[in-house]
Write a protein that binds this ligand. Structure first.
Ligand code: SF4
Length: 208
């Protein structure tokens, strides 16, 4: 039975799938609306955000391909379009000519500042919940993100769960902070493990 079929949408899990699907559609629409004003697609917006916030070592065409979940050639095409618009520059980084770095131009930085507010209305909707509800919602979403990452469906890889410094469940005696970051040598809460981190080092080498 499909959760999209209203006749069978009865369990909380089925209703949640549909609600999350609607939220995903809403995010796409919000990004498209904001991007339309500056003639950028959601993929281009995602690329500019990646280049602003990913750690410098992965701001490459290969890193972008991994982030977008596309081939190297497709990521290169996305970078071409942004380069033509004067939002991104590319250059070979390091001794290996195959590793092409990407950098935001000043104009790219201006554009991304304009685009970052695209999801403000979603944040405002979440802000309508009580603080307890927000904390609970956050906790549940982190569990879902992790599960989807395990299934290979989440492409944001600069998160603890793919980092060589991450020690999952290293503190079973501390339910609030069960994990450990060996880089800063500090315990981590569940909710802290699914954000992009500037100190992330992949457990497996990034395929450039
Ligand atoms: S370095 Fe960053 S990504 Fe890696 S485990 Fe520590 S907090 Fe997580």
């Amino acid at each position: 039975m499909s959760p999209f079929d209203p006749r069978y949408r009865r369990t909380p899990a089925e209703r949640s799938v549909v609600a999350l699907y609607r939220i995903a559609q809403a995010i796409e629409i919000l990004l498209r609306r904001r991007g339309k004003s500056v003639r950028l697609t959601p993929t281009q917006i995602d690329t500019l955000l990646f280049l602003k916030y990913a750690r410098p070592g992965v701001r490459t065409v290969g890193g972008l391909a991994q982030r977008l979940g596309v081939t190297y050639a497709t990521a290169s095409t996305v970078a071409d379009g942004l380069e033509r618009r004067g939002l991104v520059t590319r250059r070979v980084v390091g001794p290996d000519w195959r590793v092409v770095g990407l950098q935001l131009t000043e104009q790219g930085m201006i554009q991304i500042a304009h685009l970052e507010g695209a999801l403000d209305s979603l944040q405002a909707a979440i802000g309508e919940l009580t603080l307890n509800e927000q904390a609970h919602f956050d906790q549940m979403l982190q569990v879902l993100v992790r599960s989807l990452q395990d299934a290979g469906a989440v492409q944001v890889y600069e998160m603890c769960w793919g980092c060589q410094f991450f020690r999952p469940n290293a503190h079973p005696d501390r339910p609030a902070t069960p994990h450990h970051c060996a880089f800063v040598d500090a315990p981590l809460a569940d909710g802290d493990t699914t954000f992009e981190c500037p100190d992330f080092v992949p457990a497996e080498p990034v395929n450039e």
